[in-house]
Design a protein around this ligand. Structure first.
Ligand code: NDP
Length: 247
């Protein structure tokens, strides 16, 4: 019986590390063709090579999600290479947490550009194809921080709340085209995400905490696989998960 993942074409932004990389491997193991987007070309090319050596199908396309044309080129490349686009995992993201009084305005702008505009560009690039196909799925990555706010998370939480709002609006609008929309809000997972935090104290505190309670990225990859594998008439709208030990 089909797992409803096999032969699907899955575009993943932020595929060069952490959750995106692990999901690419996991979905490929289940038979998906994966199209890998990120800025670090060497990383995605080496991931594509690994996947292909294991018998999978993968394509690496250097992509900066803050550049609308590059995101369009990523999705266009998926369709050109594999003939369709079944899933877009809008996963690329940054979390440079800081207190607002530090006025790290460049970091605020980066988060808005990557975490919000990057997701919007992913939607814009794939929606025309999915409408035409009368099928597709957007999986947009929010966060526990998109549900709750804590000191240092104001802007990050705002961007991740925006992802949830955009996704729910999108869901309501695109259901006539048989397009599914899923929000995944992870809690602490061990990835490179904390490396972007420029406030040393916040970075140290987070590293200690995530080191203690954080999950492995596989936990996330399994949930993406679950949302994709459900029958087409079932739209898993939202998944919120945390390590059991997380507050
Ligand atoms: P990583 O730092 O390991 O991965 C982030 C990915 O985003 C990298 O592949 C990076 O690729 C990519 N990225 C960043 N900026 C850009 C850009 N301008 N264009 C294209 N890609 C970009 O962290 P995670 O895997 O943890 O993060 C993935 C998502 O999960 C993020 O949206 C994050 O907010 C979210 N999340 C993570 C949690 C966690 O605990 N890990 C918890 C909740 C949410 P490159 O630098 O090569 O461009």
């Amino acid at each position: 019986m089909s797992n409803n993942i096999e032969n699907k074409v899955v575009v993943i932004t932020g595929a060069s590390s952490g959750l995106g990389e692990e999901t690419a491997r996991h979905l490929s193991d289940k038979g998906a063709s994966v199209v890998l987007g990120a800025r670090r070309t060497e990383r995605i090319e080496s991931l594509a090579k690994d996947i292909k050596e294991k018998g999978g199908k993968a394509l690496a396309v250097t992509t900066d999600v803050t550049e609308r044309e590059q995101v369009k080129a990523l999705v266009d490349a998926a369709v050109e290479e594999f003939g369709k686009v079944d899933v877009v995992l809008n996963n690329a993201g940054l979390m440079p947490l800081s207190q607002m009084e530090e006025l790290k305005i460049d970091e605020w702008e980066q988060m808005i550009d990557v975490n919000i505009k990057g997701v919007l560009y992913g939607i814009a690039a794939a929606l025309p194809y999915m409408k035409e196909q009368k099928s597709g799925q957007f999986i947009n990555i929010s966060s526990v921080a998109g549900h709750k706010i804590f000191p240092g998370s104001s802007v990050y939480s705002a961007t991740k709340s925006a992802v949830r709002v955009i996704s729910e609006g999108l869901r309501q609008e695109v259901k006539p085209y048989n397009i599914r929309t899923t929000i995944i809000s992870p809690g602490a997972v061990k990835t490179e995400l904390l490396e972007h935090i420029s406030n040393d104290e916040i970075q140290e505190g987070n590293k200690e905490y995530v080191g203690k309670v954080g999950l492995e990225p596989k936990a996330f990859a399994r949930l993406v696989a679950f949302a994709v594998s459900e029958p087409e008439e079932v739209d898993i709208n939202e998944i919120l998960f945390r390590p059991t030990a997380q507050e």
